[in-house]
Structure formats: C-alpha cells, structure tokens
Design a protein around this ligand. Structure first.
Ligand code: CA
Ligand code: CA
Ligand code: CA
Ligand code: CA
Length: 652
C-alpha cells in the first residue's frame, strides 16, 4: 500500500495555488529570480568534465535546469517553504553527488545565497488563507472487505497556506448513524480504520478535512458491501457407533460454524453411498451439532460418506471421504439340551441362531455328529449304538461370517446296562412266618429307583447294594405271596426278579390223643397215638417228650401211619409215674403241643398194693398247676410279639 502511495506522490504534479490579495512583492523576490536565472545559466554552462557518476551529460544538465525552473515556479506561486525544501533536498543534494570541484563549490555558494533570500521572502508576503484543504486522493484497503477485515482508509490531504488542521473519517452502516473517526497523519497521509462489519451490510464513508483557517473540504462518498468468501469451518465429524452392526443405524454428528460476523451456515448435508449410488441427507441442528442418520446396511457393506457445509454466501466446505465397513459383533447363539443319562438313543434339542450364520457343528468327544447351515431349532436323534457306557461331552460350536464363535457344551452319561437285581432271601417256594427276613441286592452305576413289592405293598429306595427288609407276615393271611424286586436306572433301563413264598402263621393242631394201655404194668410199653393237622405248610414232625419221676426228659420221634402219629413209650418199673406230652412243628416253624399227660406203672401181673390214691391226686394237682402256668407264660409272650410291626431296611 505504501509503495502505491509513493507512486501516487511522484506522479501527481503540483497544482499551483492562487494567492489572493497578495499585491506587494518584496524586492527579494526579484533578487531570487535573478539569482535563479544565474544558476540556470551556470548549470547550462557546466563542462562535461565537471560531472561524476553521470552517463549522459546533456540529460543531467537538462534535469538540473528543470529543477531550477520548478523552484522558480514555486516562488512565483508564493510556495516559499516548498521551494526552499525542493532546493535543499532535490537540487543541492544532486549537485553534491554529481558535480566535482571547483564547479561544485561555486554552485553551492550560489545555492546558499538563494536559500537566504527565500527564507526572508515570507516576511514580506502576509498570507490570508480562504482556500480549503485539498483532498487529493482517498483510498481504502482491502478493496473487497470481508466480515473480519478492518478497512484502512488513507487520505492525501494538503493545504498550502494555513496548513491542514485535522482530517476526519465519517462512516455509516446501512444508512445508520454516522460514526466519526479522527484520521492520524503519517507522512502527508491521514489514516483511520473502519472496524469489521457484518456480512452483507453496506458501508459508506467520506473524508472531512479542515485547515488552520477553518476551511473545510469533503471528499466524495465511498461505499463497499461486506463480503464473505470463506466456507464454514467443519471442526468435528463423528459417527456413533464407530463400528456399526448390520442392524444399527449410524448417527453422524458434525460441528460446522461460521465466525460471528460471517454470513452463517445455511445448511449441512451428509452424502453417503453403499457402493451403488450416493444419497444426500440434510442434517438437522441439534444441541449445537448437525446430525443425520445413515440407515442400517447388511453385514460387510462398505459405506462411504462425505459432509458438505454451505454458508449464506454460497461458499461450501467439503470434508474428506469417511468410510466404515458394516460389522457383526453379535456372537452366534448355541444351545444344546440333552438328557443327562442316555441308553440306546436320545433326542438332542439344538438351537442355533445368527443373522450371518456360517455353520454350526455338533460333536461328541471331538467326533462330528452333524452340521447345521441354517439358524433354527433342531431335534437331533442320536443313536448311541456302538458307543460303550461312559461319560461323554456333547458340544455345539456355531460360527458366523464375521468369525464370531458361540458354543455350548453338556455332559451326558451313556448307560445301556440294566440294573442287576437279586432276591437273596428267602428262597423261592419257601415257607415264612412271623418276622420274615427279605434280603435283596441291587447293583447299577446310575440307579434311579429300586422297588420291593410284597402283597401290593411297595418299598422304594435309591441306593445300590444289599438291603434287608423285615416282613411282619402275621399281618397277612396265610397263603402264597409273590416277592417282586424291580429296579430302573437313570437311562431308563429296567430289570426285575420275583419269587413265591408261603406264609403260614397257623400252628398245627393235635387231636385225639390216646395211649394204651392207660395203666400199664411194670415193663409194659405204652403205645401213644395222636392225629396232627396243619393248614398251610403241613406237618413237619411230631415229637413226644416223656420223663418219669426219676428221670429227665427224653424225646421220641413219632411216625405217621394211616393218618395217625404213633410211638411207643418204653416200659417202666413198677410204681413209676410217667409224664409226657406231644409237640408238633409245621414246615413254617409253627409249633403246637399238648398238655402233659400222666400215668402210673402198675405192678406186674401179681397184685400189688395199690398206689395210695391220695398221693396220686396231690401230684396231679401240682402238675396241672405247673402246666397251666407254663401255658399262660407261653401265650403271654406270643401275644406280645404279635403286636409289633417290624419293617426295616438296612442300607449297605
Ligand atoms: Ca463464510
Ligand atoms: Ca453374528
Ligand atoms: Ca445301568
Ligand atoms: Ca401251619
């Protein structure tokens, strides 16, 4: 700018002033004119050898001549100070540079005389200034101001008589109130700055200049419209989520701004492409950010997008092209549901799901059973033929196209062996009575249930090994009973065994006891006969027990003959008292006995003194009392056991 102004100063010619009411001109004026004439002629007569650093001597003589002529004109016009300055700066310095002695000294002496005279000239020329300053040029920069520019206004103002007093810049925006700024002088130029104004406004200004005599000059009116040549600033672009899933829409957030005085953001557009076409979406302003939504695209799609921000002055900012590849972050779903225990086959419930499924694989202990290439539920029939009993791991692995991996596992036990069941006691077909011991054995690695059933009553347990059950048979009627032992394992295998036993809680009955002879003689055997009956298990044996008043109890097995049980009590000595009774067992162990019978042994065929009757009666009474007491105790004890219920299971 300053270089421009300098050019301006050099090119503009000096406009002569008109001095009004100056009639008298001092004599010095004529002397100056005369001396200047002399200086002209001296210059014209300078020989070539007087010059130094000069190429064209004639041109140099002509230039010096013209400068003197200009100084004369200034003096004629009354511009004494100006002429003095020109003489010193322009002419005298040139002489010093380009002319050598002795011609230089002579010229400088003459210049000195002229300077003295010119300095005195104003004293004889009183000046009356009625001419306003001259506003020679007004410039402003920049020529097309923007909203953020300070506009520098420069005015070249001169006043030849009283001088410039002050210069004022007056501007107004959109015909509003005028604002006055004092312009400051720098090197004959006056300057001031109009502060930045909003885009689109019209700014007009003029320059007012006053001289020291109060004359005012006004420039023409200048104006400019504030511009905006820069696009909005996009300082922030973000998408959420940054790595979107195939089923997620993407929000793009953009911060696009304009400076306060600029034209402002008109609109922001996101333009996106899935590889086939570009779609423009206007972004809406939300909490200071522009936001738009890019819809969901299938897994693997490459999305590119770019942001355009327009301002109201039709400038546009464009971002780089952003891109993302649509992802699949969701793990495949793998669910396997299998029975814990499996025998020969099982249905496995399989569920696999992924929106971008690659495949699913079902394995058992690492060996592949099946592949699945579609999401869904499956009922897989697993045939375990050829697989031995044991524990196995079923595993379902599912992969999607994004290399995500989901899996599920479950442990199963294959058991194709039925439980082992055995009734150890009692033996099949045996007789039982009273508290019968039932001993069973159950074996299985995965026993679910064991069940012992007798006469519609069941006893259930879950352990393996040997168990004992005490059966109170007296609660049952006599007869045949089935003992059933069943067991099942957790894989559904079953086994059972059973046997039959006869319950007999009825003692045999003994009837029609007779012996002969009723009163034997000494040494005579006595034949005893009795009938024994048993309902149920049948008579096992019939035994006769006898003793004398001198011997201990002895037993005699009785024999069955023609429906009667018989035996012989050997003959005894005379006068011996024989006491006997008969007992009977049935096959179930029930027991019956007769009361004790008694007879006395007579003397041999010869007549003997009879046994005193009074003694015999006494003995019968004593024995009868003893038998009654024994029978009572026996029955009492038996009743006591009858009332008890004993049912015991012992775990191994
Ligand atoms: Ca702008
Ligand atoms: Ca997935
Ligand atoms: Ca089993
Ligand atoms: Ca019986």
């Amino acid at each position: 700018m300053m270089s421009c102004l300098l050019v301006f100063l050099i090119l503009n010619s000096f406009t002569p002033l008109t001095a009004v009411n100056v009639s008298a001109i001092c004599d010095d004026n004529a002397n100056v004119t005369s001396l200047l004439q002399q200086l002209k002629s001296n210059v014209s007569g300078i020989p070539d050898e007087a010059f130094q650093n000069v190429k064209n001597f004639n041109s140099e003589r002509k230039a010096l001549y013209n400068k003197i002529k200009a100084i004369s004109n200034q003096i004629t016009a009354g511009a004494f100070r100006g002429s003095l300055k020109k003489l010193e700066n322009d002419f005298e310095k040139r002489v010093k540079r380009r002319i050598v002695d002795p011609w230089r000294t002579r010229l400088l002496e003459l210049i000195g005389q002229i300077k003295c005279l010119i300095e005195n000239l104003p004293k004889c020329h009183p000046i009356v200034d009625s001419i306003p300053p001259s506003i020679r040029e007004v410039l402003y920069y920049p020529s097309l101001p923007e909203y953020d520019d300070y506009v520098l206004v420069l005015a070249h103002v001169t006043d030849c008589w009283s001088g410039v007093a002050n210069v004022t810049l007056s501007y107004s925006v959109d015909s509003g109130e005028s604002v006055n700024l004092t312009m400051y002088k720098i090197d004959d130029l006056y300057r001031a700055e109009i502060p930045p104004q909003h885009y689109g406004l019209n700014v007009t200004f003029r320059v007012y200049a006053f001289d020291n005599a109060g004359n005012m000059a006004v420039s023409q009116t200048y104006s400019y419209v504030v511009g905006d040549s820069r696009p909005p600033v996009i300082s922030y672009v973000e998408r959420v989520p940054s790595v979107p899933n195939y089923n997620e829409t993407v929000f793009v957030y953009v911060n696009a701004t304009e400076p306060p005085l600029a034209s402002g953001v008109e609109k922001v557009i996101v333009s996106y492409s899935n590889g086939t076409e570009w779609i423009n979406e206007s972004m809406r302003l939300q909490n200071g950010l522009y936001v738009a939504e890019i819809p969901a695209f299938p897994y693997g799609t490459l999305i590119e997008y770019v942001i355009y921000a327009f301002d109201n002055a039709s400038n546009v900012a464009v971002t780089q092209i952003y891109s993302y590849s649509v992802d699949d972050r969701f793990l495949p779903v793998a669910i396997i549901d299998a029975p814990k225990y499996i025998s020969e086959s099982a249905t496995l419930d399989i569920y696999i799901h992924d929106d971008n499924l690659l495949f699913g694989k079902l394995t058992v202990d690492g060996e592949t059973l099946a592949y699945f290439n579609q999401s869904g539920s499956y009922a897989y029939m697993w045939n375990t033929t050829g697989i031995s009993d044991g524990t196995f791991t079923l595993r379902l692995d599912v992969y999607d196209k994004a290399d995500n991996h989901g899996w599920a596992e479950c442990e199963v036990i294959i058991d194709k062996t039925a439980p082992k069941v055995e009734i150890e006691l009692p033996k099949n077909g045996s007789y039982v009575n009273g508290l019968a011991i039932i001993q069973v054995n159950v074996e299985d690695l995965n026993l679910e249930r064991a069940e012992l059933t007798i006469n519609n009553s069941s006893y259930v347990w879950t352990g393996t090994g040997t168990f004992t059950y005490v059966w109170e048979t007296t609660r049952n009627d006599d007869g045949w009973y089935t003992i059933l032992l069943r067991a099942s394992d957790k894989a559904g295998n079953e086994n059972q065994t059973s046997l039959e036993v006869f319950v007999d809680n009825t003692a045999p009955s003994l009837v029609n006891l007779t012996w002969s002879p009723l009163e034997p003689s000494a040494g005579e055997n006595v034949s005893v006969t009795i009938q024994a009956f048993d309902y149920g298990s049948g008579v096992k044996n019939v035994t006769l027990w006898f003793r004398t008043d001198e011997s201990k109890w002895q037993r005699l097995e009785m024999n069955l003959k023609d429906g009667n049980w018989t035996c012989l009590i050997p003959g005894q000595n005379e006068s011996r008292i024989v006491i006997f009774y008969i007992e009977c067992y049935d096959n179930a162990g029930n027991y019956a006995r007769t009361i004790e019978e008694i007879y006395a042994v007579k003397a041999a065929q010869t007549q003997q003194q009879p046994f005193p009757l009074s003694w015999l009666l006494l003995i019968i009474i004593i024995i009868g009392a003893a038998v009654t007491l024994t029978t009572y105790i026996f029955r009492h004890r038996r009743k006591g056991t009858l009332g008890k219920t004993v049912a015991l299971l012992s775990l191994k």
